[in-house]
Design a protein around this ligand. Structure first.
Ligand code: HEM
Length: 227
């Protein structure tokens, strides 16, 4: 005999449980996705733009700070700082929720710790960098950071140079190793040999990013001699 239809019958066309599982999955994964797009891509481009330092102040300011208008600053805010904030909150919650394997004889466990160490370093570096190089000059000083000031500090103030060298080392490691965990987390690479290959690729990416980052710091350091 047919059962009476009641209002508490589940909607078979779109089971609510499945929908909320999909929503929770996507929300949890957005923190990971934003780390590559737009953050990772933007960070590499930002480092690359610093090379303009070798062509003088005007070239550097056009390359690094080209978006002078309020609309431009707003776009940067939405496209870069929004995802950065999201990823940072996601990352900090991952740090508290995930449990490490303390056997440090395995490279993957050391990499797990280094990912969290570089994340903590980046949090401090990005906080200082965003305040000193972006927010303070632009919104309190009324203009973007002048090239001569930065290049001068880089050449003649040891702590500034050290902080930028450490910050670029941190981002190179965090992004390169993150590429490996991202491909695993999203199921892009699943086999044992695929993961071993991804490990090698992320090592090459680390060296390439470090070379770009330190060469960018060197370009600013050299330009500082004439300021
Ligand atoms: C421009 C800045 C940053 C970039 C480009 C970046 C990039 C990445 C990438 C690509 C991943 C791998 C994602 C995955 O495995 O799915 C990752 C993981 C991670 N990020 Fe970031 N990140 C940045 C800043 C930060 C900051 C400021 C924090 C905060 C403390 C942070 C914390 C973490 C943590 C804890 C993980 C590891 C999560 C896990 O394996 O469970 N990141 N990041």
């Amino acid at each position: 005999m047919a059962q009476p239809i009641t209002t508490d019958q589940p909607d078979r066309a779109a089971p609510p449980a499945a929908r909320s599982v999909a929503r929770d999955f996507l929300l949890a994964r957005l923190g990971s996705l934003f780390a590559i797009l737009p953050l990772g891509v933007w960070s590499v481009n930002h480092l690359w733009n610093q090379f303009a330092a070798s062509n003088g102040a005007a070239a550097w300011e056009a390359s690094v700070e080209g978006h002078q208008s309020t609309a431009g600053a707003f776009v940067v805010f939405v496209l870069v700082l929004g995802p950065l904030l999201w990823h940072t909150v996601w990352g900090i919650s991952r740090m508290f929720r995930t449990r490490p394997n303390t056997d440090l004889s395995r490279l993957s466990n050391i990499r797990y710790w280094l990912q969290r160490l570089s994340a903590t370093g980046l949090l401090l570096f990005l906080g200082a960098h965003l305040w000193l190089a972006w927010f303070q000059p632009r919104f309190i000083g009324g203009h973007a950071e002048p090239f001569t000031g930065l290049a001068h500090e880089m050449h003649f103030h040891g702590p500034t140079l050290a902080v930028y060298l450490a910050g670029t080392l941190g981002i190179a490691y965090h992004l390169a190793n993150g590429l490996w965990s991202f491909s695993m987390g999203w199921g892009l690479v699943v086999s044992k040999s695929g993961l071993a290959w991804m490990e090698r690729i992320s090592m090459v990416v680390f060296v390439a990013l470090l070379a770009i980052g330190w060469a960018a710091v060197y370009a600013l350091y050299s330009a500082g001699l004439n300021t």
